[in-house]
Design a protein around this ligand. Structure first.
Ligand code: NAD
Length: 463
């Protein structure tokens, strides 16, 4: 495959922006029937092109078809169907309860599309991280410019090819490019910017948005820890942690980044990891039968390889590499200041840190930047309460890893260093919606307003 990605010219970026702005002003994206039609088309795009969508990710990331189908194609279709079903109810004006003296004011919240939105997505899950925000924007009635990552050229080119075939090209467009094109796009005034990516670029995006007072959602990453409690099913904790880690070979924002395990159960935990590692990959993840993905580019390959090489821990599982790929590597005996603890690992490496008990693990997490997710394996209500009260994270997920993303009824988003704003389900719709307050005070209220007008006499003041 290996597509040469065609970047959108700087002139074209401006004309796309102007075209979508005119569409927004015309009001065509507002009727619920229009939004539903676009959402149906988006679901069709995913369904009709599943094979091409899988091929593109196989070429860019070596991601197994199963993972693309299971973690991107199906969930995007489900999200679109959910929005189709609920958009009418979400968009309906709200009538809040008001005090009796204002009952005639027609107090209402109208759900207004914010305007033309910009969505910037990362390389690791190029479809779902583009389309799940976009589904909310379409449902809200906003035109969208989507900027996929240039690091996955086959996926980015495919999105640019497919989108105009399915969605209204006057309201939805894909632009492609690197930092130059993105910087140009960030110079325009957007109604909302939804960014998913790393902290450094997130800061650039938020700074550019501030110039135009544009609201931003920042879905960033970080080091999501796993705390293993002594009372849990240790074997299952090892299996489920390894499962979370293997998704897209650790190139996942909610990947278990490191494990904190009490010394008393550390040997059992390591043994179980070894057992499941062998069960998942009887030879090695790098064996041709394993469908093991690759690092997105040589810079990331060298970065993760370097983190492992510089670690003072012991490689107890994996550790083998070829020119592009790194086996799922477990490093034991890691300390808090190890190379593997300096940045988000974002690759197939799992450091294990031994602690005395869960309290020490909680303290360890609380001293560091707030992670996107905190995972813990425990059966104890007391530990659960401690985790709720003494730690912070975008999400707190007990007793499983990756699959917690299926819970679309609750917010997903960062906190602190892992970003701000959240989405999923109705919250994605709300992200792109302005809740416009409305009142209409009838002339018939005039007799009740006698007191409010000057002169402010002593009698009025005392009344
Ligand atoms: P990235 O920040 O390098 O790139 C994200 C997007 O920003 C891409 O579209 C890229 O083209 C653009 N970009 C790059 N440099 C830019 C610049 N100088 N100016 C403007 N735009 C620029 O992120 P990535 O490497 O693609 O993805 C990995 C990161 O994303 C990890 O940190 C991961 O944790 C995070 N992530 C977060 C979530 C989440 O939901 N919170 C999901 C996936 C990934």
């Amino acid at each position: 495959m290996a597509t040469e990605l065609q970047y959108t010219s700087l002139d074209e970026l401006k004309s796309i922006y102007d075209r979508l702005s005119a569409t927004y002003k015309s009001g065509v994206t507002r009727p619920v029937a229009y939004r539903r039609k676009q959402l149906i088309q988006l679901a069709r795009l995913m369904q009709d092109n599943q094979n091409a969508l899988e091929e593109a990710q196989l070429a860019d990331l070596g991601k197994p078809r199963f993972e693309v189908s299971f973690a991107e194609v199906s969930p995007v279709i489900q999200s679109a169907l959910h929005a189709i079903e609920h958009v009418e109810e979400w968009a309906r004006p709200e009538k809040p309860e008001v005090e009796a003296w204002r009952s005639s004011w027609d107090t209402t919240v109208y759900k207004v599309p914010k305007g033309v939105a910009l969505i910037i997505s990362p390389y690791n899950y190029p479809y779902i991280l583009s389309f799940n925000p976009m589904i909310g924007a379409i449902a809200a009635g906003c035109p969208v410019v989507l900027k996929p990552s240039e690091a996955v050229p086959n996926c980015a080119a495919l999105l640019a090819k497919l989108l105009p075939k399915y969605l209204d090209p006057n309201a939805y467009a894909v632009v492609n490019g690197g930092p130059t094109e993105t910087t140009t796009v960030l110079g325009f005034r957007w109604a909302h910017i939804f960014f998913t990516g790393g902290i450094k670029v997130g800061q650039i995006v938020a700074t550019a948005a501030a110039k135009h007072i544009t609201p931003v959602t920042l879905e960033l990453g970080g080091k999501s820890p796993v705390i293993v409690d002594t009372d849990c099913d240790v074997d299952l904790a090892a299996k489920r942690t390894l499962y979370g880690k293997l998704q897209n070979i650790g190139q996942l924002c909610v990947s278990p980044d490191y494990v904190l395990v009490p010394r008393s159960i550390a040997p059992a935990f390591r043994e179980s990891l070894a057992k499941w590692h062998k069960d998942f990959w009887p030879e090695t993840p790098l064996h041709p039968s394993s469908q093991w993905g690759k690092m997105v580019n040589s810079a990331h390959y060298k970065r993760v390889k370097g983190l492992i090489e510089r670690s003072n821990g012991q490689v107890i599982l994996g550790g083998d590499v070829d020119e592009k790929r790194i086996s799922l590597t477990v490093v034991s005996g890691v300390s808090g200041n190890d190379s593997l603890m300096q940045e988000e690992n974002f690759g197939p490496v799992l450091p294990i840190i031994e602690v005395e008990n869960v309290d020490e693990a909680i303290e360890f997490v609380a001293e560091r930047p707030i992670p996107l997710v905190l995972y813990a394996f425990t059966r104890s209500e007391e530990t659960k309460q401690k985790l709720i009260e003494k730690t912070n994270s975008g999400r707190l997920a007990l007793n499983d890893t990756f699959t917690m993303l299926a819970a679309h009824e609750i917010p997903f988003g960062g906190h602190g260093h892992s970003g701000y704003g959240s989405y999923y389900g109705q919250e994605t719709f709300e992200t792109f919606t302005h809740r416009r307050g409305f009142t209409n005070v009838p002339p018939e209220m005039e007799p009740a307003f006698g007191l409010r007008y000057p002169p402010y006499t002593e009698e009025k003041y005392k009344a």
